[in-house]
Design a protein around this ligand. Structure first.
Ligand SMILES: Cc1ncc(C[n+]2csc(CCOP(=O)(O)OP(=O)(O)O)c2C)c(N)n1
Ligand SMILES: [Mg+2]
Length: 729
């Protein structure tokens, strides 16, 4: 007789039928292991709770599909088949930072039990409905997340959250070395999860490698990496045994496996994994085998690429069926009790959904954008002893001096990058910092830019202020998504609740004498210019470099911003302006309080006939050109942008408005660089386009040897253009 003949408030979906049939027939799948509750130290009550978390997750999946069919829900990638991850949540603490796979609703729901007052169903339904009231993203995305439960929301870019999980785990040991503090309790572990196809992504492999590399050397890394292996990624099967074969003997990483369909086995393995990660502070790879039910997403017709028998076989292994069987065996629940729980939770989800879809949505662009820039927080800079005056010096020397000062003034500032420690950086900019502040605060990283940026993000998540270095601009590009997709989006998708403020120093741009080729002279900045919220600075001289760096660290510390500084390599050691030995490009240290805010322009000269607007090497060249022009050089002025995003176009306009002509000198490529924006900004403010000219780099890569500067604006070209324009003026 049908134990389930229900009078639910909604129609059952075809996807529910197998569960309802099994319930009717009291027929449950066998488990691979046959654990008894006391063998794995789990109470019957706990088993019931875990099952209820699984049911809630399942009903949310079903409801997401109903809502989408009605045009009221906007996301149907579900957790069905993965609900065993509830047992992983139970083995952890709600204060353990969790960077989750998109199929981890049951994890989040189970974790909610560990902190009173949570409303996970309501929260998740608001997220499905893209309501402004969604407590995680404020209606910006369907994300699994929670501030009180230490679950930062993740992006849809698979595996891109793994490098920062490694960084977050690393931060725990670092905070201990710093004497305590940080966002999370000292004995936390970090958990991250991902799918079996995502495992193959270079970002995942990079993170696994970085974790193993650190642990192999004995660095503490309390990290659990959970691979939820359903055997498929959309339609592409994972080769049988691939995950285990890849991970079983990976240096530095423990490998544990569990049957993710079986709550008891998953609970057992998760507790063991947590013990190793938390107490031995070593990374653990927990391989959770599971199934994917109902296709990749609501729109995915899996019959197109899976046989009917394979689909049926997976459905037979539904973890909910397995759990119901465990409950019948160990939990003492009758069929009727299981059925009533199934119905009650389904009804509750349906009822809440009707309310959730009526909650307000984001209504204006300003509302959408409100969390691109994170909220302010109190600064943590200490007063430091005044230093002795120093003789005017180069950009490399003054950046080094400023970094020393910043490290002393911000005890929670940590530097990381390739070769920055023992060697002091490829250009000597970070010399003696590691000696003075120790290898834990000046970290020589492995050679992997994704891992370096991920480390920065993870450290920043924990409350540190990282200053990370990318050795050359060309090598940002292979890791750029860590800035674009990860660092820059966290505040946006968490409604400003989670942030990863940091400073990224990147050596770059052209004009290096006798050293070069494209990869060390890269002058492409387009990828940095269109990232919402990201600030990009570029100094032209040593004093400005100090002012920009000190402001960047303040912005990270107090305004939680992600700031990139492009440091012109060719100017690092430049001492002279006009002739050898004149010392015209050496500058006095402007001191610790000197800061150049975004949009603040530099001015040189007071001519009214020509305004040259430029930055970086362009300023140095323009100054040389002004001298070469002789007395005519008095008729021009030079405006140094200093910041390449957040440009104050009104200020630029005001700075040039009384000049006859404007010449923009842009050492980056004609397409996608800042000169395009500058022309637009001036024309939009009424400057006649005939009054504005550009001299830019070609849309080219940079060659080696004497040809290295042929595609870049030269001093001679600036002189020639300026002469022509001054003649017209
Ligand atoms: C970097 C990236 N490439 C492609 C996608 C599109 N995509 C979304 S999920 C997915 C498959 C992931 O499979 P798996 O890691 O096994 O997780 P599962 O969905 O099976 O749980 C793909 C290719 C993406 N989100 N991110
Ligand atoms: Mg998969």
């Amino acid at each position: 007789m049908a134990a389930t003949s229900s009078s639910s408030v909604h129609e059952s979906l075809p996807q529910e039928q197998r569960f309802l049939d099994a319930l009717d027939q009291d027929r449950w799948p066998a488990t691979e292991h046959a654990w008894a509750l006391d063998e794995v130290d789990l109470s019957p009550e706990a088993l019931v709770e875990l099952f209820e978390s699984q049911l809630m997750s399942r009903h949310l999946d079903l409801q997401a599909r109903r809502l989408q069919a009605r045009g009221e829900g906007f996301y149907t990638i579900g957790s069905a088949g993965h609900e065993g991850n509830a047992a992983i949540a139970r083995a952890l603490r709600p204060s353990d930072p969790a960077f989750l796979h998109y199929r981890d609703a049951a994890f989040l729901i189970e974790r909610s039990r560990q902190l009173p007052g949570r409303t996970p169903l309501w929260d998740l339904l608001l997220s499905f409905a893209a309501s402004r009231d969604d407590p995680v993203s404020g209606g910006r995305h369907k994300v699994l997340g929670s501030t009180p439960l230490t679950v930062p929301p993740q992006t849809s870019t698979i595996a891109s959250h793994l490098p920062k999980a490694v960084g977050a785990a690393h931060s725990l040991g670092l905070w201990r070395r710093l004497g305590g503090g940080g966002a999370w309790p000292a004995d936390s572990l970090v958990v991250c999860s991902f799918g079996d196809a995502s495992f193959n992504h270079s970002t995942a492999q990079g993170a696994l490698n970085a974790a193993g590399w650190a642990a192999y050397q004995g660095a503490p890394l309390p990290l659990m990496m959970v691979c939820e292996d359903n055997g498929i990624g959309i339609s592409t099967p994972t080769p049988a045994g691939w995950i285990e074969a890849s991970m079983r003997a990976r240096p530095g990483i423990h490998y544990l496996a569990c049957d993710g369909l079986d709550l008891l086995d998953t609970w057992r393995a998760a507790r063991e994994a947590a013990r190793i990660a938390r107490h031995r502070k070593q990374p653990v790879f927990l391989h959770m085998r599971c199934v994917r039910l109902f296709g990749h997403a609501g729109s995915d017709a899996q019959q197109a690429y899976l046989t009917a028998s394979r689909i049926a076989a997976d459905e037979e292994r539904d973890p909910l069926l397995v759990s119901a069987g465990l409950l019948r065996r160990h939990g003492g629940l009758s069929r009727g009790e299981i059925a009533s729980r199934y119905r009650r939770i389904g009804d509750e989800v349906a009822r809440l959904a009707e309310e959730a879809i009526r909650r307000p949505k984001l209504g204006t662009a300003a509302e959408v954008m409100a969390s691109i820039v994170p909220p302010l927080r109190p600064g943590r800079r200490l007063a430091v002893r005044a230093e002795a005056e120093s003789a005017p010096s180069t950009m490399a020397r003054l950046i080094n001096r400023a970094l020393q000062r910043l490290m002393a003034g911000y005890p929670h500032l940590v530097m990381a990058g390739e070769d920055i420690g023992r060697k002091g950086g490829v250009y000597g900019v970070t010399q003696r910092l590691q000696e003075r502040f120790g290898p834990h605060r000046v970290i020589d990283t492995l050679l992997d830019e994704q891992s370096i940026l991920g480390l920065g993000i993870g450290l920043a998540h924990s409350g540190l202020v990282p200053v990370v270095e990318i050795q050359f601009l060309a090598y940002l590009h292979n890791a750029e998504d860590q800035l674009r997709g990860e660092a820059a989006t966290l505040s946006f998708f968490s409604d400003g609740q989670y942030t990863n403020p940091m400073v990224v120093r990147i050596a770059g741009l052209g004009y290096q004498k006798g050293f070069g080729g494209h990869f060390h002279n890269d002058n492409a900045i387009a990828v940095l210019r269109d990232i919402p919220g990201l600030l990009v600075a570029c100094p032209s001289n040593a004093a400005d470099a100090v002012g920009l760096l000190q402001e960047a660290v303040r912005l990270a510390d107090e305004a939680q911003r992600v700031v990139v500084i492009i440091e012109p390599i060719a100017l690092y050691h430049a001492r002279d302006l006009l002739e050898e030995g004149d010392g015209g490009w050496c500058f006095a240290d402007p001191g610790p309080e000197y800061r150049l805010a975004p949009g603040e322009l530099g001015h040189w000269g007071a001519g009214v006939d020509l305004a040259i607007v430029t930055y970086g090497n362009g300023v140095h060249l323009a100054r040389q050109a002004a001298a070469e022009l002789g007395p005519a050089g008095q008729r021009l002025r030079i405006i140094d942008l200093r910041w390449l995003t957040g440009i104050d176009h009104d200020a630029v306009h005001d700075a040039v408005a009384d000049c006859e002509q404007v010449l923009i000198i842009d050492e980056c490529r004609r397409s996608g660089s800042v000169s395009e924006e500058l022309v637009t900004g001036l024309v939009e403010r009424g400057v006649a386009s005939e009054r504005v000219q550009r001299l830019t780099a070609e849309d080219s890569f940079i060659p080696l040897g004497p040809a290295a500067t042929l595609t870049l604006p030269s001093r001679a070209q600036i002189v020639e253009r300026a002469r022509g324009l001054l003649a017209d003026a």
